[in-house]
Design a protein around this ligand. Structure first.
Ligand SMILES: Cc1cc2nc3c(=O)[nH]c(=O)nc-3n(C[C@H](O)[C@H](O)[C@H](O)COP(=O)(O)OP(=O)(O)OC[C@H]3O[C@@H](n4cnc5c(N)ncnc54)[C@H](O)[C@@H]3O)c2cc1C
Length: 405
């Protein structure tokens, strides 16, 4: 069987569903090929205001804002006795200053359903196994319930996340220069009664600045929370995930206090070596969106922002290409995407070497610079009016040194 469509999309995560929804809304025939059955678990639960803005642009905001997700207005950083809070309303960039903390099974399902309402077809339980260009056609070999079929599309979006379908099939992968890390995570019923717990914020906690591990605590609207530990796999001798998580929690007094009555509600999970890189973000009649293109690190909750932003940037280009225009994908898509991702990359490096912690927990702070940093934590890494988006690592170190001295 061969199915002909304007656009095929691999993966119905945020990048796939947002792009499918926008293209279907414009009247294009869109088929999304999704390996899983939705709703399905996914990691990546703390959203940024940049996502809110993208959802607004894509016409998907009402569906998400009426779903009852936990409101989020900032981020709370904790290191031993030190504390720093960033409120998104203090960011320098214009645009929304709130987001949500979401169970991704529900969030991704809502976006996928919205894409279907706009006319996209989603084939669940279907895996893309092969890709070829032949006589001007793009042919995807797909398998559903042991049955093979082919999708012939005029344009292909790879939004397969960590599946990295086109990176493998078109040989685009190359290793990340970030050291390998491991994340261990679980949902818990938190039973927190402390007055210093604010569910409107993600908490990022460490015991000391120079230790190679940190925690996230992402509260949901039903008194559960996502708890995660990010650590250096080479430094963790214990094979047991539960023991590793529990032993590290004991090193952070605030978390130990908050989680004293916590009960697990999901099995513990882990993921290793998730950072990755690709040579190009596009190729002959295809483009890579979201995690399929690149994933840096979870510390700044940037993944869904990058996924949604890549969809917003790529969709108008795909439409022009479908109309027969020649698109300069390097200049119009890859360069702007990489510019924003590089800002997150610089911040990730500055975080792991302790430079950002020195800036965050400094006794005196420049309010203007705090608002620039807050913008980046809100996902506004493409804001050219923010000078910090142009800072490299050594400039951030100089800033931290100036505050310390
Ligand atoms: C430890 C950790 C913590 C994170 N925390 C955050 C966070 O707090 N906030 C945040 O914004 N981001 C976070 N992220 C990143 C976030 O998970 C991803 O960036 C985000 O899910 C990317 O969305 P996407 O649409 O690109 O891909 P995904 O959401 O991964 O969707 C890809 C889809 O493609 C499907 N697929 C894969 N292969 C195939 C195939 N061969 N055929 C068909 N379908 C296929 C998959 O089933 C999947 O549904 C975190 C990541 C990690 C590793």
């Amino acid at each position: 069987m061969k199915i002909d469509v304007d656009v095929a999309v691999i993966g119905a995560g945020p990048a796939g569903s947002v792009s499918a929804s926008m293209l279907a809304e414009k009247g294009h025939s869109v088929m999304v090929i999704e390996a899983a059955q939705f709703p399905r678990f996914s990691i990546g639960e703390s959203l940024l205001p940049q996502v809110t803005e993208c959802l607004q642009t894509a016409g998907l905001l009402d569906a998400v804002s009426s779903a009852g997700f936990q409101y989020k207005d900032g981020a709370h950083f904790v290191c031993g006795d030190l504390r720093e809070t960033f409120l998104f309303e203090q960011k320098s960039a214009p645009g929304p200053f709130h987001a949500w903390e979401v169970k991704r099974a529900d969030f991704d399902h809502i976006l996928a359903q919205e894409a279907e309402k706009r006319g996209a077809e989603i084939s669940y339980n279907t895996r893309v196994l092969s890709w070829k260009r032949q006589d001007g056609e793009t042919l995807l070999g797909c398998r559903k319930d042991e049955e093979d079929f082919t999708v012939n599309c005029r344009f292909l979006i790879d939004a397969s996340g960590f599946g990295r379908v086109m990176s493998r099939l078109a040989d685009l992968e190359y290793p990340s220069n970030l050291p390998p890390r491991r994340a261990i995570f679980q949902h818990v019923k938190h039973h927190i009664t402390s007055s210093d717990f604010d569910p409107d914020k993600i908490t990022i906690a460490q015991s000391q600045m120079d230790l190679p591990y940190w925690f996230w605590m992402i509260p949901f609207s039903d008194q559960t929370a996502s708890l995660g530990l990010v650590c250096d796999p080479n430094n963790e001798p214990n094979e047991c995930l539960e023991t590793t998580l529990a032993e590290h929690i004991e090193t952070v007094p605030l978390l130990s206090k908050w989680l004293v009555n916590a009960e697990p509600v999901t099995v513990i999970g882990s993921i290793n070596g998730y950072s990755c890189n690709v040579k190009n973000l596009f190729g002959d009649k295809f483009v890579l969106l979201g995690n399929a293109a690149e994933f840096v690190d979870p510390i700044f909750s940037s993944g869904v922002s990058i996924a949604c932003r890549s969809a917003i940037l790529a969709v108008p280009l795909i439409e022009r290409e479908l109309k027969g225009e020649n698109i300069d994908w390097l200049r119009e898509y890859e360069e702007p995407m990489r510019r924003g991702v590089k800002v997150f990359h610089t911040f990730v490096e500055a975080w792991y070497e302790g430079t950002l912690s020195r800036l965050f927990y400094a006794e005196t702070k420049n309010a203007q610079y705090k608002s620039y940093i807050c913008s980046i934590l809100a996902g506004y890494v493409w804001d050219e009016n923010n000078p910090v988006t142009r800072f490299n690592l050594s400039k951030l170190r100089t800033m931290a040194n100036a505050i310390d001295s």
